[in-house]
Write a new protein. Structure first.
Length: 201
């Protein structure tokens, strides 16, 4: 199912429909400030397993990230020292994935992991969904294929390709092609391990 939501007018009824899908254990595709992404409730074990299957990834080896709507929400699930907090505060919301050390509040699927990726995209639709949900959204960008870029940027073509694999696709306009910049904050000094759309401040 394709659901149109406008960035400049995130209709609460439509946001609730997306959140109801998540609370029912569903998987959605939603826009971010970079590329469109798969998402499910952070505490939906079956949903996370299904996303790994869609991505053809071994769940134990997959890079799992989650989307928060506030920095205070990040601190509920990951550890941050003062310098990391300041770095994140300067750059979020934005096109970044920060790698942090997880804490004991993470769901069981994350327990064997020392680190997690954290996103707070500068996209009103993504942030509104997380706020309404009340907890983070587990996320993974949809496939990238140089020959079929339209299938990750055009919501109607995304629906054509993934419509039978997920429960809801949110049309938030044309998506981007450049992924987030990944910054590892678990080392002594933050290290950019993938250059992407975000430019660190």
């Amino acid at each position: 199912m394709l659901l149109k939501i406008y960035e400049k007018n995130t209709n609460p009824v439509h946001i609730r429909k997306a959140v109801d899908t998540l609370r029912d254990g569903g998987i959605i595709i939603f826009p971010t400030d970079t590329v469109y992404a798969l998402g499910c409730d952070l505490f939906n074990k079956n949903g996370i397993e299904q996303i790994a299957k869609i991505k053809n990834k071994d769940l134990l080896k997959a890079n799992l990230s989650f989307v928060c709507s506030e920095i205070s929400q990040i601190s509920e699930y990951a550890k941050m020292d003062d310098s990391t907090f300041k770095l994140i505060k300067r750059n979020f919301p934005g096109a970044f994935t920060f790698i942090l050390t997880g804490n004991n509040n993470l769901p069981k699927l994350f327990k064997n992991r020392k680190t997690v990726g954290v996103r707070m995209p500068n996209n009103p639709i993504a942030l509104a969904i997380v706020r309404e949900l009340g907890n983070p959204l587990m996320t993974s960008s949809i496939f990238y294929n140089d020959r079929t870029t339209e299938y990750i940027t055009d919501p109607e073509l995304i629906d054509e390709k993934y419509g039978t694999l997920v429960d809801l696709i949110i049309d938030g306009g044309e998506g981007g092609l450049i992924p987030s910049t990944i910054v590892d904050c678990t080392t002594e000094k933050p290290e950019i391990i993938r250059e992407g759309a975000g430019k660190l401040i």
